[in-house]
Write a protein that binds this ligand. Structure first.
Ligand code: LLP
Length: 394
């Protein structure tokens, strides 16, 4: 997003503020579809559940992967029809099951045998089931595969998955298997490793029609076409159609967090920019050590390589914690009090993981369509903080 637009947004809606370019999201959708037109594309709502964003995905015919009642209701509210919903996650409880059943959700991913009796009791005939497999891929050889490692809580080991799949198949409701091998995956060869685990399962329960490979596509620079070529090859060998559940890939690069520099501190060994956004607004640096690119918006950004001081800054937030940081040791020439900063790649797991920690007010969210910015969610006000509190003292 260009500097003029971001400056206009900051001026009009204030900071901190998330800005999502819906046209960029649509381009990502188009890229996935061009690479594999037959795949069912289900957006992982957890990445960014903003209503305006979900509505624009619904208009594009994208479905949704949801894991909570809240995500389910958001997807429905955005206009995503039941048949394009996949309910996943390890903690499907009765409220979620009943509501999904009422909405005639098209697909359910069973993370274990636990919720099967509930689904069996409530789900209409139209709902079909995937069994989530824990591929037990060695995290030592596949460093990014934490959720696909045997020790993770997700899915069932192949033998147990087969046992559950046979029970579901006996009811005539099995669609296939599901593997979400991890997040921020980069290596297309992972598809082959997953395929080796799944092939015997598909051979053992005939009649499957789907293979859900989950999401997990890294940003930036995910080799999408190479990955989907392998995925398509696997689906062909198994004689099934693909289901994909990307979250981050569709939205991360389409979003920035705009924050204003309040103060600069240069007295100690480390120089600090104190910004008006921090870990309450964007948790990923504090929680995962994630490195989001940060740039100065406007003229100062262009002078980046001519920084006279050559000093780097920690970009810190307003809260009283060392972890309250957006970036470490960043070269941000020209940055000073009042500078506008854009924290990039913030369209996924940004606002979605924002909190009211320290009674911070969650930022505004703005969507941009055809270059036109529109407020999609207003900034929180102090009274929003206690709106749900009851006077328990009577
Ligand atoms: N499908 C399933 C079953 C998942 O568990 C996830 C993400 C996705 C799809 C979407 O994954 P994606 O394409 O967005 O990588 N909060 C972390 C990311 C956690 C992802 C959890 N599962 C972060 O900020 O990096």
């Amino acid at each position: 997003m260009d500097a003029d637009l971001l400056q206009l947004v900051a001026q009009r809606f204030g900071t901190p503020c998330y800005v999502y370019d819906l046209d960029a999201v649509a381009e990502r959708v188009a890229r996935v579809r061009a690479a594999h037109p037959a795949a069912a594309l289900l957006y992982a709502v957890k990445a960014n559940p903003n209503g305006a964003l979900l509505r624009s995905l619904a208009e594009l015919g994208v479905g949704a992967e949801v894991i909570t009642l809240g995500e389910l209701e958001r997807a429905v509210r955005a206009g995503i029809p039941g048949e394009r919903l996949l309910v996943g996650g390890p903690g499907q409880d009765e409220a979620l099951v009943r509501r999904a059943a009422k909405l005639r959700a098209g697909l359910v991913s069973l993370d274990s045998a636990g919720p099967w009796p509930l689904w069996r009791a409530h789900a209409p005939g139209a709902t079909r089931f995937l069994v989530r497999v824990n591929p037990g891929l060695d995290p030592a050889t596949h460093a990014h595969l934490a959720t696909g490692a045997a020790t993770s809580k997700f899915g069932l080991a192949p033998a147990a998955a087969l046992e559950l799949a046979s029970r579901v198949a006996a009811d005539g409701r099995l669609a296939g298997f599901h593997v979400h091998a991890g997040s921020m995956l980069r290596d297309p060869e992972l598809v082959d490793a997953v395929g080796e685990v799944l092939a015997p399962l598909y051979a053992a329960v005939p009649g499957c029609t789907l293979l859900d490979l989950g999401g997990g596509f890294a940003v930036p620079d995910f080799p999408l076409e190479a990955y989907l070529e392998r995925a398509a090859g696997l689906a062909e060998r198994l004689r099934v159609e693909l289901v994909l559940e990307p979250g981050r890939f569709l939205t991360a690069d389409a979003g920035v967090l705009l924050t204003r520099v309040l103060y600069v501190k240069r007295d100690g060994p480390t120089a600090h920019l104190i910004a008006d956004a921090g870990m309450a607004d964007l948790l990923r640096p504090a929680l995962y050590g994630a490195e989001h690119p940060i740039r100065v918006v406007g003229d100062a950004g262009a002078a980046r390589s001519e920084d006279p001081s050559g000093r780097s800054f920690d970009v810190d937030g307003p809260l009283c914690e060392n972890a309250d940081r957006l970036g470490r040791a960043r070269l941000l020439p020209g940055a000073g009090p009042g500078s506008l900063l854009a924290v990039e790649r913030a369209g996924a797991y940004g606002f979605a993981m924002a909190s009211n920690y320290a009674s911070s007010l969650r930022p505004a969210e703005v969507v941009v369509r055809a270059g036109e910015p529109l407020l999609a969610r207003r900034r929180e006000r102090p009274e929003d903080l206690w709106r749900l509190e009851l006077d328990a003292a009577g």
